[in-house]
Design a protein around this ligand. Structure first.
Ligand SMILES: [Zn+2]
Length: 257
């Protein structure tokens, strides 16, 4: 864990009874101090906040449940929210993560260090590191298409499609569900998938308020449907492979240690 962590614990939490399985990445346009003010105002909380300079604030210790994900689903879970089983990490991103420049090198370094510590301590599997928009596609836009998921994947966190291995299904909804998306709102799930895995399909909107009010274009269809399908099939296969490798992360660690 990075040497200096600023402690600013929230009063909004409950004791955790379930196992921690997920890490949810968020972003906010505010500084950590301002974010905490806003979280307190709405009786919310998160576990960690990483500023543009890479400083880390702990808002809630991981062994407690923080209120960061709201109504959310993954892998057809029956629970209404992933709070009980997840750790939330907020990144300060002035343009709500819509552009790559929104995230600094120091932030990625700090994030990787936290992920390393948390994944080791709680045995969180790489495919369970997700964005807020992945688990709440109709409501949330963060961490945004500017977030460089592939960079995290190369460090061993998250999942990324190998275009040489594709799932045999040609059913879009089935493929999105295999990955984990809640497809009750298919267009929202499709757009959330693109935000994470096919960012060139995401329409850049500099009007942040408009974006928050309309998290996804209601009539969205990919500009490159064949490429979209191909990427979707490869991503579904990558998630399926990752889940089959039960101790993938631990094995990888023991080889590199
Ligand atoms: Zn969020």
């Amino acid at each position: 864990m990075p040497s200096k962590i600023i402690i600013n614990h929230s009063e909004n939490y409950r004791e955790r009874s379930g196992k921690i399985r997920y890490i949810i990445i968020h972003c906010s346009k505010f500084t950590p101090e301002k974010q905490i003010e806003i979280l307190n105002e709405y009786k919310l909380s998160t576990h960690y906040i990483i500023s543009q300079t890479g400083s880390i604030t702990e808002n809630c210790p991981p062994e407690r449940v923080a209120y960061h994900s709201g109504e959310s689903h993954w892998l057809q879970s029956e629970e209404k929210s992933l709070n009980e089983t997840s750790i939330g990490i907020e990144l300060e991103a002035p343009n709500l993560g819509q552009i790559a420049e929104d995230f600094t090198r120091k932030q990625y370094i700090a994030l990787t260090r936290i992920l390393e510590k948390l994944c080791n301590e709680y045995h969180i599997r790489p495919e369970n590191i997700l964005g807020h928009s992945d688990i709440a596609p109709a409501r949330k836009i963060d961490p945004g298409c500017g977030f460089y998921w592939f960079k995290l994947y190369r460090k061993g966190y998250g999942t990324w499609p190998n275009m040489k291995q594709k799932h045999p299904s040609n059913n879009e909804e089935e493929l999105l569900r295999i990955i984990g998306y809640d497809t009750e709102n298919l267009v929202a799930a499709r757009y959330a998938f693109c935000r994470h895995f096919f960012a060139e399909e995401v329409i850049y909107n500099p009007n942040l308020q408009e974006l928050l009010d309309n998290p996804y274009p209601k009539d969205f269809t990919p500009h490159k449907p064949a490429e979209y399908m191909s990427r979707l099939k490869a991503t579904a296969q990558a998630f399926q492979n990752a889940r089959q490798k039960r101790y993938w992360y631990m094995e990888k660690k023991s080889k590199t240690d």
